[in-house]
Design a protein around this ligand. Structure first.
Ligand code: ATP
Length: 355
């Protein structure tokens, strides 16, 4: 798989599956999408992540052709499709609400797109059955959508989208309506499907864990703009802004004054809770930096049992609040440490400078 870089945003890319240049969409006063430049590579699993209202769905709808941009150009496979209708674009969309036809059987739902394209009946049946087999539902072709579970309906919606072999599949929170267990199962299946088919997936989600698990690259949105674009590791380990550091996972943020006071570093810094270890207090009350390790004495003010781990809130002597994530040892004593004095320590290299 190739992953394009976005270093050169000046001219439209001819190699990218999807290429946006200066794309904006305004709804009256609202700049839903604001001058977005983006290249998505062929065969890439690309996620757009952001809070509600940040513009990710609008970008998806612009790529699909359901919305016309206020400005900018959109290319698919090197061809300008900015003014083309949705049916003239080699993309297919899977929505959160499945949008299956209730009066048609599962097989008819899946073969619908082939019928519209004039594929002969026997061939339609063959291809639709094959697509259903891909999502492990070949045995349920005769049922109606109402006779399926949510996860099965979602898989039918996927089969219906992949049967026409689009080059690009746009997925708008497709797992949003599923319960956690099904969601996790479908995440694995989606990833496998994307690998097997080699289709470019563009996935919209506000669930950061889902984006981190599934994607080759992630674009983090805020107020209609992409604020950071990178691999899941880059986004998680090296957030460039306090916004990304707190939106993707949890971060301890130290502003310029606190960073200077505690570690003699200027600028804002982010620190992941799992990078911090706690030990029994050793008497000191000052924050020290020795051989690249920061040691900060404090008091446990809250300890929350999470099953897989323990989230512990520590207050340092100067009032600074730290969130620490520790693997749970499962003992009752670990679950009630409030009031205990500890030393929090972490490597100075784990502090990430952010804006
Ligand atoms: P969500 O996760 O809630 O779907 P989102 O990040 O996908 O959010 P968008 O749906 O793209 O966000 O919306 C971006 C902004 O544009 C929001 O402020 C929204 O209210 C506005 N908006 C979207 N569609 C329209 C529309 N048809 N008319 C007016 N405003 C719109």
């Amino acid at each position: 798989m190739t992953v394009t870089t976005t270093a050169d945003t000046s001219s439209p890319s001819t190699s990218a599956a999807i290429s946006l240049r200066g794309v904006s969409k305004h709804f009256g006063e609202v700049k839903a999408v604001d001058e977005v430049d983006l290249d998505i590579a062929d065969g890439e699993f690309f996620s757009m992540l952001g809070p509600s209202g940040s513009g990710k769905t609008t970008v998806l709808r612009l790529i699909a052709g359901f919305e016309q941009p206020t400005g900018g150009t959109i290319q698919l496979g090197g061809i300008d499709v900015t003014s083309k209708a949705p049916f003239d674009r080699d993309v297919n969309t899977v929505f959160q609400d499945y949008a299956l036809f209730p009066h048609m059987s599962v097989l008819e739902n899946v073969s619908y797109g082939l019928r519209v394209r004039g594929v002969a009946r026997a061939e339609r049946r063959r291809q639709a059955t094959e697509a259903l087999a891909t999502v492990q539902l070949a045995h349920l072709g005769d049922r109606s959508p109402a006779q399926l579970s949510g996860g099965q309906r979602q898989r039918v919606a996927l089969a219906r989208s992949i049967v026409v072999k689009p080059k690009v599949l746009l997925l708008d929170e497709p797992l949003g309506a599923l319960d956690l267990k099904l969601r996790e199962q479908m995440q694995v299946e989606l990833k496998q499907l994307q690998r097997d088919l080699g289709i470019t997936f563009v996935f919209v989600t506000h669930d950061q864990e889902e984006a981190l698990t599934l994607s080759d690259r992630i674009a983090v949105f805020s107020d209609g703009k992409i604020v950071q674009l990178g691999t899941p590791q880059e986004i998680y380990e090296l957030p460039t802004s306090a916004y990304v550091a707190s939106f993707v996972g949890t971060s301890n943020l130290f502003d310029d004054a606190t960073s200077t006071r505690l570690f003699s570093l200027s600028g804002t810094h982010a620190l992941r809770p799992e990078k911090i270890t706690l030990q029994a207090a050793d008497g000191g009350s000052e924050v020290t930096v020795t051989a690249g390790t920061i040691r900060a004495p404090g008091v446990i003010v809250e300890s929350i049992y999470l099953g897989t781990g323990q989230r512990i809130h520590v207050q340092l002597a100067d009032g600074t609040h730290l969130v620490v994530l520790e693997q749970s040892t499962g003992t009752a004593a670990d679950r009630d440490q409030r009031g205990g004095t500890v030393v929090a320590s972490w490597s100075i290299d784990d502090l990430v400078a952010v804006t």
